[in-house]
Design a protein around this ligand. Structure first.
Ligand code: TXA
Ligand code: MG
Length: 332
C-alpha cells in the first residue's frame, strides 16, 4: 500500500460509527489503509502499527518527520503488556488511568511486533488504551495495535471533530469515523516509566497532580534536549500552530487582533479586537481544554494576522493548555 498520486486520490470515506461503518473501518485498517477515528482527547490518524508501509503512510499523510515516534493504541492492558515491559509504576498508572488520556512510554517487550518506524528505532514504545467507545470497538475489531498521531497536518492544530480531520486530510486518507466532538480536547499526558523513574514528557488530559498521587512522588521533568532519542512531535518547540501568529499571556489587545479569552476578565483594548472567543467564561479548565483546538481553528479561519490569548492559570489542565499555547506561539 502506498500513497497514491494526487490525480488518482480517492475521496475520503466519511463513516458513521454504526455496524457498517465500523466494519468498513476495521477492514480498511487491516488492509493497511489509513482511518481517522475519535478518541476522548483528539481524533487520531490510525494505521496498523505492525505494518511498516501503513506506518510510513501515516507519516506521509501528516507530512510528519519520520524521526518522531508514534503512540501504539491498544484495546486493553493485556495487549499492552505483549508490546511493552511494565514496571510497578507503569502497572499502577495503567491500573489507575486506563482506559484514559494517559500514554505510557516503557521498554519494548521482546519480539514486539510494532514496526521500528513507529518507534523511530528507539528501544522504548509509547502505549495507550483510549477511553472512547468508537476507538475501543475499533481496536478490538482489528485486534492489532494501531498507531494514531493526531489527525492533522504536521505542526498544525489538532482535530477535535471529523470536520477538522477532513479539512486537513481529505483525499489523503481512506476514511474518517465520525464520532462527534471529542470531550477532553487536549492530547494524552505522556509519562515515561524507564529505569525506575516516572518522567513527564508531555502534559495532557490527566493532570500532573493526579499522576503524582498514584506514583507517590513528584514526576521528573523531560530532559531539555535529547539529541539521540527524539521525544516526539509534542516536544518540538513549534507545534499545534495556527497560521496566525499567536501570543500568549496577553494582558492588552492590539487593534485587529483575534482574541482567545479565559474567564470573565476583559483585557484593555478588547473593543478593538477583530473577533473574540472565550475558552471558558466560568474559568473552568476542563471546558477550556475541550474548546482549545476548535477555537484556535475558528480564530484562524477568520484570516486574522495575529491571535492574542489571555493568561490561563498554570494549574491542573492549565499546564497542558499553556503547553499547547506556548508551542503554537513559538517561532517557526
Ligand atoms: O491523545 C493523544 O495522545 C493523541 C490521540 C490520537 O491518542 N495522539 C497523539 O499522538 O497525540 P502524537 O503522535 O501527536 O504524540 C505522540 C507523543 C509524542 O509527543 C512523544 O512525546 C511521545 O508520544 N512518544 C511516542 N513514542 C515515544 C517514545 N518511544 N519515547 C518517548 N516519547 C514517545
Ligand atoms: Mg499532534
Amino acid at each position: 500500500m502506498t500513497e497514491r498520486s494526487t490525480a488518482t486520490r480517492a475521496a475520503t470515506e466519511h463513516l458513521r460509527p454504526d455496524e457498517v461503518g465500523m466494519a468498513r473501518a476495521a477492514e480498511l485498517l487491516l488492509a493497511g489503509r489509513l482511518v481517522a477515528f475519535p478518541t476522548e482527547t483528539v481524533y487520531g490518524l490510525g494505521g496498523d502499527a505492525t505494518n511498516g508501509e501503513a506506518v510510513a503512510a501515516v507519516y506521509a499523510a501528516k507530512g510528519r518527520p519520520a524521526f518522531n515516534p508514534l503512540i501504539s493504541h491498544v484495546s486493553d492492558v493485556a495487549m499492552a503488556r505483549r508490546l511493552g515491559g511494565f514496571d510497578p509504576i507503569a502497572e499502577a498508572l495503567a491500573e489507575a488511568f486506563w482506559p484514559g488520556p494517559l500514554t505510557l512510554v516503557v521498554e519494548q517487550a521482546p519480539g514486539c511486533p510494532v514496526s521500528a518506524l513507529a518507534t523511530a528505532g528507539l528501544t522504548s514504545i509509547a502505549l495507550r488504551v483510549p477511553a472512547h467507545p468508537v476507538a475501543l470497538d475499533l481496536l478490538r475489531d482489528v485486534g492489532r495495535p494501531i498507531v494514531a498521531p493526531s489527525a492533522n497536518r504536521s505542526g498544525g492544530v489538532s482535530p477535535t471533530t471529523a470536520e477538522h480531520v477532513l479539512a486537513d486530510l481529505s483525499g489523503r486518507i481512506a476514511a474518517v469515523v465520525d464520532g462527534g466532538a471529542t470531550v477532553v480536547g487536549v492530547e494524552s499526558t505522556v509519562v515515561a516509566c524507564l529505569g525506575g523513574v516516572a518522567r513527564l514528557l508531555r502534559p495532557g488530559g490527566i493532570t500532573r497532580g493526579a499522576i503524582e498521587r498514584v506514583v507517590g512522588m513528584p514526576l521528573a521533568d523531560a530532559p531539555e534536549s535529547v539529541p539521540d532519542a527524539p521525544q516526539g512531535p509534542g516536544m518540538l518547540a513549534s507545534h499545534y500552530a495556527p497560521r496566525a501568529q499567536l501570543r500568549m499571556d496577553a494582558r492588552e489587545i492590539r487593534p485587529g487582533e483575534a482574541v482567545l479569552l479565559f474567564g470573565r476578565e476583559r483585557p484593555a483594548g478588547i473593543d478593538g479586537a477583530s473577533v473574540v472567543l472565550n475558552l471558558s467564561e466560568d474559568g473552568d479548565l476542563i471546558e477550556a481544554a475541550a474548546n482549545l483546538f476548535a477555537y484556535l481553528r475558528r480564530l484562524d479561519i477568520t484570516g486574522a494576522a495575529a491571535i492574542a490569548a489571555t493568561p490561563v492559570p498554570q494549574e491542573e489542565l492549565g499546564e497542558a493548555i499553556n503547553d499547547r499555547l506556548r508551542r503554537a506561539a513559538a517561532p517557526r
